[in-house]
Ligand binder design. Sequence first.
Ligand SMILES: [Zn+2]
Length: 416
Amino acid sequence: MTNQVQPHFGRIAECRSCRSTQLEVVLDLGQSALADRLLTAEALGKPESRYPLELVFCQSCGLAQISYTVPPAELFCNDYPYFSSVSEELQRHTIANVRELIAARRLGPESLVVELASNDGYLLKHYQAAGIRVLGIDPAEPPAKAAIAIGVETLIDFFTVDLAKRLRGSGVAADVVHANNVLAHVADTNGFVAGIEALLKKTGVAVLEFPYVRDLVDHCEFDTIYHQHLCYFSVASVDALFRRHGLYLNDVRRIPIHGGSLRLFVEPVENVKASVRSLLDEERSIGLNTVEYYRGFGARVEALRRSLLETLTDLKAAGKRIAAYGAPAKGCTLMNYFGIGTDLIPYTVDKNRFKQGRYMPGTHQPIHAPERLLEDQPDYALLLPWNFADEILAQQAEYRARGGRFIIPIPEVRVV
Ligand SMILES: [Zn+2]
């Protein structure tokens, strides 16, 4: 243990949460190109950065995390932004979440809802429509500007404890702080949580969502490991993190989004509900916060790799044509670690127009608009954003009606 602040990039010497140095490697995905670093045609011929991608486990607090932090300037470029509003499933999930919180916390015109990583206002716009004051904070300019354009007040900035204190000093105090899929992505884990604490009213609640490491391991979702995604929380490891900052995990739910996530309700006053106690008990009984739980995961990932490569090479040998669907960050991990090049899969398609015309990192498949599937009608399409499989299969009914089939790689290879 040390009180020295560790540098926020490079190889970590200590746990991002508790600062223990007892870190054990549990899965090594080799040197990987940066997920989301989609390439332009000009960049194709130039050398591409690769960084170690390795999952380590903290023997002290039970937090699984990757061992290498890529400098944020390298990682978060904003010329191929993610727009949350693109996914219909995410929109439905968001509206239900907002309605429930407005009722449960009796929010009204005097209330303030702050969202960290507010993206294009996909969530806050629903509070605003209900007459509730909102403030978004997001460093990514294109989606933040899209939020401002629809009237959602947004600070274009990184959320830090300093920013939180400045806001609090100027009278900003939140009844609700939302932080969806961001806590696991920030290099300064403790600073981010301290910032939430600084921003929340004593009666306020922070609502956070992120993928649950238990689902990741149980369902072999190894492709959700990429450089932007630094921490992989269990209930016990995140509980310890919040308590260190005077915040209490009082309620928790498992939700199906993104392959299995947690929604946490965190408050400055301790009032721990049965939901938290029962998940902590489950984690203890299955040994989730022990390194043994993670051993064997690597062997299952390897078996999945063999199974998918065999399926693809057999199909190709039989004269079938294969494309991919989607260019998500997780697709980069899968394609890179499995070594799926343009010889096996010549291109992919994606609904996000900012991704179209670019190339997959590392494996260099060009990204076309989804219409390409109908124009070209490949026999098979490898579905990379498998977490949105139902939605995508429904959207691609025409491709399937004409005989096209999808290969879903996770948790095991399925052809539908
Ligand atoms: Zn730790």
